[in-house]
Write a protein that binds this ligand. Structure first.
Ligand SMILES: NC(=O)c1ccc[n+]([C@@H]2O[C@H](COP(=O)([O-])OP(=O)(O)OC[C@H]3O[C@@H](n4cnc5c(N)ncnc54)[C@H](OP(=O)(O)O)[C@@H]3O)[C@@H](O)[C@H]2O)c1
Length: 306
């Protein structure tokens, strides 16, 4: 059953928004075989399709992802999409994690130049460091928020205790963390705190780095070393069950997985990564899918335990 995206929002009430992840846009230090043209085209495809957020970071190409995005957004109405970026890796100290106020302020200024924009919608502290009090780091970002350089404050890869410390003065707006159907631990501890404190949640690795697209087979087990062979087999069987739901919707496995997140009221924005524009085009089709409560619960139960 296909309907347009506006209706999806009204039917689901709290439907999550769709964005893109850009660690493969210019992230040559993290992945092989990337080229700038694909990265530029990925961003343009996303904006042409009406996606609502571009998620990047200094770490993706040591500023190169932000530079490609800065070029690609030219000509698009800036108010129609959000840009989220992150920093913490100190280029003057072997990329050691740094959350000091002066470093974060400089990072925001440098990101604004690379992105060729006047403001960053969400600025995340990419990783916590070991020494800076979290609320001091966040307080520095709050000064930048008041100055209009950033519009929301985020933290990423923080434990619950670290999120609580960061949010001591109620200034954290967003948390970004590793979450997908195969990695659901934070539902129990972090989500309740975020919901109680009006903090929005953005999951990263929504497609489990491509595994949840259904394109891998048992021969690819060695690419996913975090799972034992037995776990990998079980995961493939569960993905096979999603395939069946996908067939019913004339959709792909990835689209059904993304539709599940979009229907999840705990998620603010889903940011599947893409290497090439056709992946963006396919993932955006998710907005036309309405997952029934029954299908949602089936997938929920299927992936409760891996
Ligand atoms: N805050 C953090 O510390 C942190 C950490 C990691 C990521 N992130 C952010 O989260 C975003 C999402 O995570 P991710 O990109 O690493 O992983 P992901 O979204 O789970 O998987 C994305 C990958 O899956 C493949 N893919 C995507 N759509 C596909 C489709 N329709 N058909 C087939 N394959 C498809 C592509 O890889 P291939 O074509 O290479 O298979 C793509 O790069 C990142 O881009 C980044 O912005 C943040």
């Amino acid at each position: 059953m296909l309907i347009d995206s506006e209706k999806v929002t009204s039917i689901n009430g709290k439907a999550a928004k769709l964005g893109i992840g850009t660690n493969k846009v210019g992230g040559y230090n993290l992945f092989q075989g990337l080229n700038d043209q694909d990265g530029y085209d990925v961003v343009r495809e996303a904006l042409d399709s009406g996606i609502e957020m571009i998620d990047t970071a200094y770490m993706y190409g040591l500023g190169h992802s932000e530079e490609i995005i800065g070029r690609a957004i030219k000509g698009y109405a800036r108010e129609n999409f959000k840009i989220a970026t992150k920093a913490a890796q100190d280029k003057n100290n072997d990329l050691a994690i740094n959350n000091k106020p002066a470093f974060l302020k400089q990072s925001v200024d440098e990101a604004l130049i690379r992105l060729q924009t006047d403001y960053i919608d969400i600025f995340y502290i990419h990783f916590p460091d070991e020494t800076t009090p979290k609320y001091e780091a966040v307080d520095a970002l709050n000064t930048l928020k008041k100055a209009g350089k950033i519009r929301a404050i985020g933290v990423s890869n923080f434990s619950l205790a670290q999120i609580k410390e960061a949010n001591k003065n109620g200034q954290v707006d967003y948390v970004e963390a590793h979450y997908n159907l195969l990695q659901r631990d934070l539902e129990q501890d972090i989500w309740p705190y975020l919901n109680e404190n009006n903090i929005k949640f953005v999951p990263y690795f929504p497609l489990a780095s491509g595994l949840l697209t259904g394109k891998y087979t048992i021969d690819d087990a060695s690419k996913f070393k975090q799972f034992t062979n037995d776990q990998f087999k079980v995961i493939l069987q569960k993905i096979e069950q999603i395939n069946k739901i996908a067939e019913k919707h004339h959709a792909t496995t990835a689209q059904i997985v993304l539709a599940w997140y979009i229907k999840n009221p705990n998620i603010d924005t889903v940011i599947p990564g893409a290497r090439i524009p056709s992946q963006v085009a396919s993932n955006v089709e998710t907005l036309k899918i309405v997952l029934s409560d029954e299908d949602y619960d089936r997938i929920d139960n299927l992936f409760k335990k891996i």
